[in-house]
Structure formats: structure tokens, C-alpha cells
Ligand binder design. Structure first.
Ligand SMILES: C[S@@+](CC[C@H](N)C(=O)[O-])C[C@H]1O[C@@H](n2cnc3c(N)ncnc32)[C@H](O)[C@@H]1O
Length: 342
């Protein structure tokens, strides 16, 4: 599939014309994140099969759909990860901004059909290859995370922007020590209530831009969903790197750059997420060696926020944190343009 980032004039008009059709939009909405055969699409939409096939042919020719065989049938899907870049941007926008009773009814019928299909085929066979997207009782990400924690052997952990200690409830038993640092006294108080008096847990009010610890104090630094609160992300990451021991790990989880300032502002974010190159640059600027920097999940409800995971390590013999990279002006609400995935 081509990964063209832009179209010429004719290409753009062609793409707009392709999408400017209610039936094709209906089909794309149905196929976004679901795999359906022509027969199933016909059943859901109540349209003649020939009409459905004709429209699907056009969408497939424009690389908007991928197909694969399941037993005797061919199923189609719109996989956003595989869309060409310009098409993905346009589709994300259209999908987030379009709502309609007909589309909602389609969705309900589709979900019922998929549930029936799974029941008939047997759940494991039906969802083979995409189990992570399919519900089965009790198999939640929380349950999985709580199990995976058993594999951890942690040293001295600093949780930057810890919130009210929910991560610490998971990690404390697997770590030599956990230090929760948060700017908000109220949040730290709530953490104290939640965590009680765990002997290896310390709770501290403090600012991620000026960590109140000597250099090389921690084996692991976590920064989960707090970097979007940083007035100066480069300084915050410089501080995280400074307090890491050589060979220590930073794990950063944050929003990918987005265009939904009004939603993020309601959660007090001051940065509208980060692009992958920007996060990589920030970590490397702090002297860290980045081993993973990727979009690792995408919310399933609108506006489909994407989440980035970064793993970075302080090299064994590096001098880090001495010169934090250039900072943004304080309180500036960063406007970072959405970048193509890299
Ligand atoms: C979305 S919460 C994340 C909590 C936790 N890390 C989690 O994943 O459950 C962000 C937290 O960062 C804290 N925070 C915001 N700015 C901060 C700063 N400059 N220094 C330290 N903590 C900060 C907020 O008070 C809030 O508790």
C-alpha cells in the first residue's frame, strides 16, 4: 500500500469525491475497526449486494480497505494504521466529526452480528489474530497489568506526577522503594490515605521541573500521563535523567500530539501531546538512550486519543542533566502540529 503523504490537486479532488458519497461513508464507518464480508455488510445496511460490492470495489481500489480470508469467506476492514497518511488524516477528521442516527443504527446491528458470529464460531477461533481487541469475561487490561507486575523486580522507583498513588499500589511490593512526587498537596494527601503506611513508600509534594533529590538517586523513573502538565517538558525530562542512576530506566507514557485542546484543557493539560520525533529529541537532549518511542494504543472512543510509550535509559557513563535542553517559555500552551507517525 502506498504511504503517500500528500496528493496533487487531482488526487485530492479524487479522494474528496470518493468520500462524498453517503453509502461509501456508511460502509467505511462500519468497517472501521471491524471485519465484515460483503454478505454481512449487505445484511446490516439492507442495501442490494451489487451496490455494496460496487462501492467496496472503489474503496478497495483507493487503498482504503484491506481484506483477508477467514475460512471460506473474505472479510474487509478499514485499518487506520495501514491507511496512506493523507487518507488517514482525512478519515480521522471525518469520522470524529460525523454522527448520524443511521450510522448509530448500523453500528448496533454490526455489533450484534459480530457477537453472534463469535458465539457460533467459538470465541478463540473467531478472534484469532486480534484477541487484544475482543472482549472475554475478566480478560481486562487491568487484570493483565496486575498479573504482569509479578514479573517485575524494581529498585528505587520515582513516580513523577504520581497522582493519588494508584501505580504505587501495584509496584510497591515489587520495588525496594517507591517515591511518589506530585505538585498537588491534595493529591498527595489522597495518596497517603490510599497507601496507608507502606514502609518502602515515600510521598512528597514537589515539582517535576526541579526534583528535590540529589543526582543519581533512582533506578527507575516513571512519568505516566504527567508530561502534558509540564510548562517546560525539556526541563522536566532533564530532571528525570539527572536523578536516574547510570543504567537506570525512564518509562514515559503520554499523549500523542492531537488537536483537541478544549478537551485536554478540561483535564488541566498545558501541552497538546507530543509527536514521536519531539519526544525522542527531548529524551536524547536529556542524555538518555531511547529504546522505544511509539504509539502503543489508541482510544476506542472519540476523539481517539493516541498514547505513546517511551523507554529510555541513562547510559552507564553519561553526564546528564547538567544542561537541560532549551525550555519553552513558562505557561505557554504548546501548539504542536500533528505529525505523521514515524
Ligand atoms: C493525569 S495525573 C497522572 C497520575 C498518575 N501518574 C497516573 O498515571 O495515574 C497527572 C498528575 O501530575 C501532577 N502534576 C502536574 N504538574 C506537575 C508538576 N509540575 N510536578 C509534579 N506533578 C505535577 C498532577 O497533580 C496530577 O496528579
Amino acid at each position: 500500500m502506498s504511504q503517500t503523504a500528500t496528493h496533487d490537486l487531482e488526487g485530492t479532488v479524487g479522494l474528496l469525491a470518493l468520500l462524498a458519497d453517503p453509502t461509501r461513508l456508511r460502509l467505511l464507518c462500519l468497517l472501521d475497526g471491524a471485519e465484515l464480508s460483503v454478505a454481512e455488510l449487505t445484511r446490516i445496511t439492507d442495501l442490494p449486494q451489487s451496490r455494496v460490492s460496487t462501492h467496496l470495489g472503489r474503496l478497495r481500489a483507493a487503498s482504503l480497505l484491506v481484506e483477508h480470508r477467514v475460512g471460506n469467506s473474505t472479510r474487509l476492514t478499514l485499518d487506520r494504521q495501514q491507511l496512506p497518511a493523507a487518507e488517514a488524516e482525512l478519515w480521522n477528521l471525518l469520522h470524529a466529526r460525523t454522527d448520524d442516527r443511521l450510522l448509530a443504527a448500523d453500528r448496533e446491528r454490526r455489533d450484534a452480528l459480530v457477537r453472534d458470529r463469535e458465539r457460533e464460531a467459538g470465541w478463540p477461533d473467531e478472534v484469532a489474530g486480534r484477541m487484544e481487541h475482543s472482549y472475554s469475561p475478566g480478560r481486562t487490561w487491568e487484570a493483565t497489568a496486575r498479573g504482569l507486575v509479578g514479573l517485575l523486580r524494581l529498585g528505587d522507583v520515582l513516580d513523577v506526577g504520581s497522582g493519588d498513588g494508584v501505580l504505587t499500589t501495584l509496584l510497591a511490593a515489587r520495588a525496594r522503594s517507591v517515591t511518589c512526587l506530585d505538585r498537588s498537596p491534595r493529591v498527595i494527601e489522597a495518596a497517603a490515605e490510599r497507601l496507608g503506611r507502606l514502609p518502602n513508600v515515600q510521598l512528597l509534594e514537589g515539582d517535576m521541573h526541579a526534583l528535590p533529590f540529589p543526582a543519581q538517586s533512582f533506578d527507575q523513573v516513571l512519568c505516566f500521563h504527567s508530561l502534558t502538565y509540564a510548562d517546560e517538558p525539556a526541563r522536566a525530562l532533564g530532571e528525570a535523567a539527572r536523578v536516574l542512576r547510570p543504567g537506570g530506566d525512564l518509562v514515559l507514557v503520554t499523549l500523542h500530539a492531537h488537536a483537541h485542546s478544549e478537551i485536554a484543557a478540561a483535564y488541566s493539560h498545558v501541552v497538546d501531546g507530543f509527536t514521536l520525533p519531539e519526544l525522542r529529541r527531548l529524551c536524547e537532549g536529556a542524555g538518555l538512550h531511547v529504546t522505544c518511542c511509539d504509539i502503543t494504543s489508541r482510544e476506542r472512543k472519540k476523539p481517539y486519543f493516541e498514547v505513546v510509550t517511551v523507554f529510555a535509559q541513562r547510559p552507564a557513563d553519561a553526564e546528564v542533566g547538567k544542561q537541560p535542553p532549551r525550555a519553552r517559555p513558562p505557561r505557554e500552551r504548546a501548539r504542536i502540529p500533528q505529525s505523521p507517525r514515524s
